[in-house]
Design a protein around this ligand. Structure first.
Ligand SMILES: *[C@@H]1O[C@H](CO)[C@@H](O)[C@H](O)[C@H]1NC(C)=O
Ligand SMILES: *[C@@H]1O[C@H](CO)[C@@H](O)[C@H](O)[C@H]1NC(C)=O
Ligand SMILES: *[C@@H]1O[C@H](CO)[C@@H](O)[C@H](O)[C@H]1NC(C)=O
Ligand SMILES: *[C@@H]1O[C@H](CO)[C@@H](O)[C@H](O)[C@H]1NC(C)=O
Ligand SMILES: *[C@@H]1O[C@H](CO)[C@@H](O)[C@H](O)[C@H]1NC(C)=O
Ligand SMILES: *[C@@H]1O[C@H](CO)[C@@H](O)[C@H](O)[C@H]1NC(C)=O
Ligand SMILES: *[C@@H]1O[C@H](CO)[C@@H](O)[C@H](O)[C@H]1NC(C)=O
Length: 259
């Protein structure tokens, strides 16, 4: 019983630990107009979404990201413009990573503050891809703006000087893109539920055609309706966030020990 309790507390700490630290690396746009739509998808912007072809400009279910890069300026890289839209009582986020199963993901989080009438706030985090743990990081992000309407969160931001090659041996603009949602509890960013992951792709190429993506069943039934789970564009096997599995197994262990 006692051991189970300790494990549960440890699990909750893993869940809660991603705290809110400095925000000096974030700068907000004066213009608060937020426009996330499909204009230019496949022409000037690379768009990823679930369900397929959903329209981010309506109020329906649609987890969507549009990515547009500036002309690269070696060695700094490119400036990435992002339009993100999703449905969550907590946050929606876009991640960039080399490999969603190892290393880490740069996570850009657009969230609503339920203690303040659902006002918009923004965070950057690093996700450990091995265990799903989130830690605040200081990735410079500019021109941030966002709106929240009930559970629909829309935001735009720019990530300057993005160059994958400075982090590892890969092409400067090649990333796997992750989309998902998660909770915000007492101002803390909770675990990231991945709902879409792309294969590594050149985000500077809006016409990247062979974007094999895997859409995942949400782990948290409260953030997405059941219809989301039917969407599949399967390429490779579905992989679940390790942290959620860890948390679930620890809770199950705890429950088992209580009997
Ligand atoms: C926003 O407005 C303030 C004050 O007018 C100005 O100092 C700042 O540079 C502006 N920021 C941007 C991104 O335009
Ligand atoms: C990215 O960084 C590498 C290593 O510093 C450099 O050789 C390359 O030119 C950079 N690419 C871009 C597009 O900035
Ligand atoms: C959320 O709103 C409350 C009340 O206005 C405020 O104290 C808190 O700092 C806000 N949290 C975030 C993450 O912005
Ligand atoms: C909260 O938001 C609603 C809808 O936008 C608005 O009508 C209400 O005045 C807001 N309340 C506060 C305390 O800001
Ligand atoms: C990520 O988590 C794994 C497993 O818990 C750990 O071994 C590794 O050191 C962590 N990586 C980072 C960068 O924290
Ligand atoms: C907010 O969402 C509701 C539906 O949930 C919609 O009727 C309304 O027009 C939206 N408001 C704005 C400002 O988009
Ligand atoms: C990228 O952003 C940086 C910092 O905001 C700026 O100095 C640079 O001119 C931008 N480059 C392009 C090509 O827009």
């Amino acid at each position: 019983m006692e051991r189970g309790l300790i494990l549960l507390v440890a699990a909750l700490m893993v869940y809660v630990a991603p705290g809110v630290h400095g925000t000096a690396h974030l700068s907000f746009a004066n213009n608060t107009e937020v426009e996330v739509n499909r204009d230019g998808c496949g022409v000037t912007k690379l768009c990823l979404e679930t369900p397929d072809d959903c329209d981010p400009s309506t109020e329906g279910m649609c987890l969507f990201v549009a990515l547009q890069t500036s002309p690269p300026m070696p060695p700094e890289g490119t400036n990435l413009s992002v339009g993100l839209r999703g449905t969550s009582e907590g946050y929606v986020a876009m991640g960039l990573t080399n490999n969603a199963n190892e290393g880490s993901t740069m996570l850009f989080i657009c969230a609503q503050n339920s203690s303040n009438n659902g006002s918009f706030f923004f965070r950057t985090m690093e996700r450990n891809n091995s265990n799903g743990e989130l830690t605040p990081n200081e990735r410079i992000t500019q021109e941030i703006r966002g709106t929240v309407n009930n559970s629909v969160i829309r935001c735009q931001f720019e990530v300057p000087n993005l160059n994958a090659s400075q982090l590892r041996t890969s092409h400067a603009t090649t990333f796997a893109v992750l989309l998902g949602t998660g909770p915000v509890e007492n101002g803390m960013i909770g675990n990231f539920d991945i709902m879409l992951r792309s294969n590594p792709l050149n985000i500077a190429n809006p016409t990247a055609t062979d974007i094999a993506t895997t859409t995942e069943a949400p782990m948290n039934g409260t953030t997405m309706p059941a219809s989301m789970t039917t969407v599949t564009t399967a390429a490779g096997s579905a992989l679940h966030p390790h942290a959620v599995l860890l948390l679930l197994s620890i809770i199950m262990l705890f429950m088992a020990q209580r009997r």
